[in-house]
Design a protein around this ligand. Structure first.
Ligand SMILES: Cc1cc2nc3c(=O)[nH]c(=O)nc-3n(C[C@H](O)[C@H](O)[C@H](O)COP(=O)(O)OP(=O)(O)OC[C@H]3O[C@@H](n4cnc5c(N)ncnc54)[C@H](O)[C@@H]3O)c2cc1C
Length: 475
């Protein structure tokens, strides 16, 4: 299958020596327990949980630097770990080595409301940050469905339902502190709102999935909480009509704050899991934010678009608890789908296409599912042209897994043919390695040169992002 690429591991690693030196540095904060090692390699999908040899719990930047130096001396892989919610085998240890758990570095170091920014350690989670900010009138908008760490979100270039208005992690990181593969500590970027100074190293580390350095501090942009926020739901006769309504909304530049698609099957799962009673039809969850009068005008225009596409506008919710319930249900789609498929294991796709091709890509994908007798949840951040299909198989059913992976491959081919990408937000990890060459062509050489320059020993999260050079066969 496309996903199974052979990873080549170093032959000269001295894991025992690394463990001995790390034990004297960290004491009980180096765990060799099997359950801990498996937990640190096991993501929420069916990607294999390839465990590291040990898990190191770091508590300071100086400690991270020393851990990196020890691993470099012993040629031992180091796999950074935040909350372990990534979806593409990012945290697996195909060559063994040390999982570096950064979740204890979770201090919010500084909030500067006058500059709309803050400085945090990598283990701070997005919910922790937003509850800390509650009384400041500011918030951090990037909201993957899981309570991920900021370090993990930087490293996967994460986004979520708010990206259509606030952008992704790529647009919301001002500066970083990073421990490089030789233990050296650098800072990138500044607190200025813009800079034309040199190569943009900040954005190089955003989305690098821990393969170029360990992020130990992040300066994030913050945003003011809008005066009025109104969320609503509308349903459509078919998924194509829902997508056409999204396309028109984005093309006329209606400033929608969130616009999310759930197909009819997903609505049934959400109703059961989140105790809702929505009509089981393709549905858009939408939100507008701003000042009172402008918002009502925007909602009126949007309602017209919905009706033009045969949709039924539902009720609008302004009260925070009503909106919260709605978005909680949206964020819980993955768990709703899991609970509708008890005992099964999951995989999720993540293509993103230019907005004008969204309807075509989604409807062709739905046809493909029907033609191959596959069922699953279709859900997406459609304002960005990004959607997921979540599919399930019994844990030991390799035939069904292969059928699903073949479907995922066709979906990526479809997105690439539309000038889109294999992954809008989840990243490459190990699961999407096979698409890198097709998507990036010769640019992959430049990526390899960067990796070689920054991590010549290939100790930082080996086997991720860059497919193996010599074994680019489909296994
Ligand atoms: C239910 C559910 C819903 C989700 N919804 C979304 C969504 O809407 N949008 C989205 O983008 N993602 C989504 N995700 C995926 C996931 O939440 C994101 O990929 C998230 O950014 C991972 O953060 P984490 O802290 O869990 O990182 P981890 O999974 O621990 O690590 C992710 C990667 O970052 C590296 N890393 C972690 N910390 C550091 C560090 N300090 N320095 C260097 N490298 C580091 C790791 O080595 C790994 O490669 C969802 C996941 C789930 C389970």
């Amino acid at each position: 299958m496309a996903r199974a690429l052979k990873i080549t591991c170093r032959k000269d690693m001295d894991v025992s020596a690394a463990i001995e030196r790390l034990t004297s540095l960290l004491g009980e904060r180096l765990s060799l327990a099997e359950a801990v090692r498996i937990q640190h390699a096991d993501d929420p999908t069916w990607n294999p949980a390839l465990p590291p040899d040990a898990v190191a719990f770091a508590e300071s930047e100086a400690e991270v630097a020393e851990i990196v130096r020890i691993c470099a001396d012993c040629r031992v892989p180091l796999i950074p770990y935040g909350a372990g919610t990534s979806l593409e085998g990012h945290i697996a240890a195909p060559c063994g080595g040390i999982s570096l758990d950064l979740s204890r570095m979770n201090a919010i170091l500084e909030v500067r409301p006058e500059d709309l920014d803050c400085r945090v350690q990598p283990g701070v989670t997005r919910r922790q940050l937003n509850s800390y900010l509650r009384d400041t009138g500011l918030f951090f908008p990037i909201d993957p469905g899981a309570d991920a760490t900021i370090g993990g979100m930087v490293s996967t270039r994460a986004s979520g339902t708010n990206a259509v208005r606030y952008g992704t992690m790529a647009e919301n990181v001002k500066a970083l502190r990073v421990v490089l593969a030789n233990g050296e500590i650098i800072h990138t970027g500044s607190r200025a709102r813009k800079s034309a100074s040199g190569y943009d190293l900040t954005r190089l580390f955003v989305g690098a999935e821990g393969t170029l350095g360990i992020i130990t501090e992040i300066t994030l942009k913050l945003h003011g909480i809008p005066e009025t926020v109104i969320a609503g739901i509308c349903n459509f006769p078919d998924i194509g009509a829902a997508c056409e309504a999204v396309i028109e909304t984005i093309q006329i530049d209606l400033p929608v704050a969130r616009i999310e698609l759930l197909d009819a099957a997903t609505i049934a799962m959400v109703n059961a899991y989140s105790d809702l009673d929505l009509p089981e039809r393709p549905t858009l969850f939408v939100e507008f934010a701003g000042t009172g009068t402008a918002i009502h005008e925007q909602i009126e225009i949007f309602t017209g678009i919905v009706q033009d596409h045969g949709g039924v506008p539902g009720t609008w919710a302004e009260r925070e608890e009503d909106r919260r319930r709605l978005w909680r249900a949206r964020h819980d789609v993955f768990w709703a789908a899991k609970s509708a498929n008890p005992g099964m294991v999951a995989m999720t796709t993540d293509v993103c296409v230019p907005i004008s091709r969204l309807a075509e890509c989604v409807t062709e994908t739905q046809k493909d599912m029907r033609a191959h007798d596959l069922s699953g949840a279709i859900v997406g951040h459609v304002g960005d042209g990004n959607f997921h299909v979540i599919l399930f198989a019994p844990p030991n059913d390799d035939v069904q897994k292969e059928r699903i992976e073949a479907f995922a491959e066709r979906l990526v081919e479809r997105a690439l043919a539309m000038d889109g990408t294999a992954t809008g937000e989840h990243g490459i990890g190990m699961g999407k390695l096979a698409y890198m060459e097709k998507e990036h062509g010769r640019a992959l050489h430049a990526m390899r040169a960067i990796k070689q320059a920054l991590d010549p020993l290939n100790i930082l999260n080996p086997g991720k992002v860059l497919p193996p050079e010599t074994s680019l066969h489909k296994g």
